[in-house]
Design a protein around this ligand. Structure first.
Ligand SMILES: [Ca+2]
Length: 466
C-alpha cells in the first residue's frame, strides 16, 4: 500500500560530478492521492455481458423454479396421499395382525372351553358314578344295619336264654352235689323288653362289679349259688356305714326352699321335713331344670353296696357326695309335706343322659311298706317305673313283692318290686354297660338298654310341683 504520497524515483546517467565522477540526478513525483469509491475490477468488459445473461436466466430459472415448486407441491400432495394410504395400509395390516392374533386367541379359548367342558362332563359322569356307588353302599349298609339289629335281638334272646339255662344247670348241680332235698328258688321271669333305645356301644360282657364288694360277690359267684335269701352273708348284721354328718347349710324343708333362700349352688344341704324327727343331709341339685331338686338316690361308681336289709333301706345309707339312698322314712316325710314330682336321670356308658319324669310322687307310710305312688310319665328314657306304681317296698329280709320268691334276692337290691320289675335302680353297679349274670341284677331300666344293660349313673330326685 502506498503512502499518501507516492514517491517515484528515476535515475539519470551521463552527468558527472566536478570531481570527475559522473553525477547522478533524482526526480521525485508527488501524485495526489486518488480516492477509490467503486470496486476495482480487473476485467470489466467480460463481466458486463455475463451479468445481462444471468438476469434472463434468472427469470427463466425462477419460472422453472416456480413450475418445479408447483410440481413439487403436487408431488408432495401425491406423496402425502400415498403416505396416508401407506399409513392406512400399515394400520390395516396391524389391525389384520391383531385380528389374526385375536382369532387365534379366541380359537384357543374355544378349544380350552371345549376341553374343559369335556372334562366337566367327565367329572359329572364320575360324580354320578360316585353318587350311585354311595347310594348302593348306603343301601348295603342300611341292610347290614338291619341284619345287625336282627342279630343283636337274636343275641340278646340267646343271652337271656343262656342265663336261664346256666341258672337251671347250676341249680341242678347244687341239687346233685349238696344233696339238698328242698327245691332251690327259681328266678323271676327275665325282662324281655326289646328297648326302643339301645345305648350305642360295643357290647362288653364283664363281671367287674362294685369295687368294695368285689371279693364278696366273686366268692358268691364262685360258689355259683348266689347270696342266701336270709342275707347272712351280707351286712344285715352290721350297722350300715353312713357318713352323714350334721354339717351343711340348713335345715330347710327341702332343696327348693334352700334355693328360694338364695342357695343356688348344687351341693350338700341339711333338710328337715315337717314331720321328721331329725334333720337329714342331702344333695341338692340346683342346676338342672331350674334347680330345687332333692336327690333321694345316686349311683355312679359302685362304691356303695346297695344289697341291704329293711332297716338300712328305711334309714338310708351311703355318702352324700357319692352314692347314697336317702332312706324310705326320709323320702316318706318329704313326700307328705307337699305335692312332689319325680325325675329319674339315667346316663349310659357312652355318656348319654336320658330322663323319665313322673307328674307326682310320694310314698305311703311304713305301715303300708312305703308303697310307691306315681303320676304320669313323660320323658325320653321310656316308662319303666309305672309297672312298679302301687307296689310295696321289698328288701332281702322283707318280701312284699308279687313273685313267689323274693325279688330282692334275684335283683340284689331293694325296690318296689312287682314280679319282679322293669327297673332295678338299686341293683349291682356293673362296669361297662352290658353284663353277664345269672339273674338280671344290674342297674337296669328295661326301656333303655334292656335287662342286661347296667347304667353308668342314676339319680332319683324330687321337687315340689310348680
Ligand atoms: Ca315274693
Amino acid at each position: 500500500m502506498p503512502s499518501p504520497r507516492t514517491q517515484f524515483s528515476l535515475g539519470h546517467g551521463g552527468h558527472q560530478s566536478p570531481t570527475g565522477k559522473p553525477r547522478k540526478c533524482s526526480y521525485t513525483f508527488l501524485v495526489p492521492e486518488q480516492k477509490i469509491t467503486g470496486p476495482i475490477c480487473a476485467a470489466r468488459g467480460y463481466s458486463t455481458d455475463k451479468d445481462r445473461v444471468t438476469r434472463l436466466d434468472v427469470a427463466a430459472v425462477r419460472d422453472l423454479l416456480s413450475k418445479q415448486r408447483g410440481e413439487m407441491e403436487t408431488l408432495k400432495l401425491v406423496v402425502d396421499v400415498d403416505g396416508n394410504l401407506v399409513n392406512e395400509m400399515k394400520l390395516l395390516r396391524k389391525e389384520s395382525r391383531n385380528m389374526n392374533s385375536r382369532v387365534t386367541q379366541l380359537y384357543m379359548q374355544l378349544l380350552h372351553e371345549i376341553i374343559r367342558k369335556r372334562d366337566n362332563s367327565l367329572e359329572l359322569a364320575q360324580l354320578e358314578t360316585r353318587i350311585l356307588n354311595a347310594t348302593s353302599e348306603s343301601l348295603r349298609l342300611a341292610s347290614r344295619y338291619r341284619e345287625l339289629e336282627t342279630k343283636y335281638s337274636a343275641l340278646s334272646a340267646v343271652v337271656n336264654n343262656q342265663s336261664v339255662l346256666i341258672g337251671a344247670l347250676e341249680e341242678q348241680c347244687m341239687q346233685v352235689y349238696s344233696r339238698r332235698h328242698e327245691h332251690p328258688p327259681m328266678g323271676p321271669p327275665l325282662v324281655q323288653v326289646v328297648p326302643e333305645n339301645i345305648p350305642v356301644n360295643v357290647p362288653r360282657f364283664t363281671n367287674e362289679i362294685q369295687r368294695d364288694h368285689n371279693q364278696r360277690f366273686v366268692r358268691e359267684r364262685g360258689s355259683r349259688s348266689g347270696p342266701s335269701p336270709t342275707g347272712d352273708t351280707l351286712e344285715v348284721q352290721n350297722p350300715p356305714e353312713r357318713n352323714f354328718s350334721t354339717e351343711g347349710i340348713g335345715p330347710f324343708r327341702d332343696c327348693l326352699e334352700a334355693q328360694e333362700a338364695g342357695h343356688s349352688t348344687s351341693g350338700m344341704y341339711l333338710i328337715r321335713p315337717d314331720e321328721a324327727e331329725r334333720p337329714l343331709q342331702v344333695w341338692c341339685e340346683q342346676d338342672i331344670d331350674n334347680g330345687g331338686w332333692t336327690v333321694i338316690q345316686t349311683r355312679r361308681d359302685g362304691s356303695v353296696n346297695f344289697f341291704r336289709n329293711w332297716e338300712s333301706y328305711k334309714s338310708g345309707f351311703g355318702n352324700i357326695d357319692g352314692e347314697y339312698w336317702l332312706g324310705l322314712e326320709g323320702i316318706y316325710n318329704l313326700g307328705r309335706q307337699g305335692d312332689y314330682k319325680l325325675l329319674v336321670e339315667l346316663e349310659d356308658w357312652m355318656g348319654k343322659k336320658v330322663y323319665a319324669q313322673y307328674s307326682s310322687f310320694h310314698l305311703e307310710p311304713q305301715s303300708e311298706d312305703y308303697r310307691l305312688r306315681l303320676g304320669t310319665y313323660q320323658g325320653n328314657a321310656g316308662d319303666s317305673l309305672s309297672s312298679h306304681n302301687g307296689k310295696q317296698f321289698t328288701t332281702l329280709d322283707r318280701d312284699k313283692d308279687a313273685f313267689t320268691g323274693n325279688c330282692a334276692h334275684f335283683h340284689k337290691g331293694g325296690w318296689w318290686y312287682n314280679a319282679c320289675g322293669q327297673a332295678n335302680l338299686n341293683g349291682v353297679w356293673y362296669n361297662g354297660g352290658v353284663y353277664r349274670s345269672k339273674f338280671q341284677d344290674g342297674i337296669f331300666w328295661a326301656d333303655y338298654g334292656g335287662g342286661f344293660y347296667s347304667m353308668k349313673t342314676v339319680r332319683l330326685m324330687i321337687r315340689p310341683i310348680d
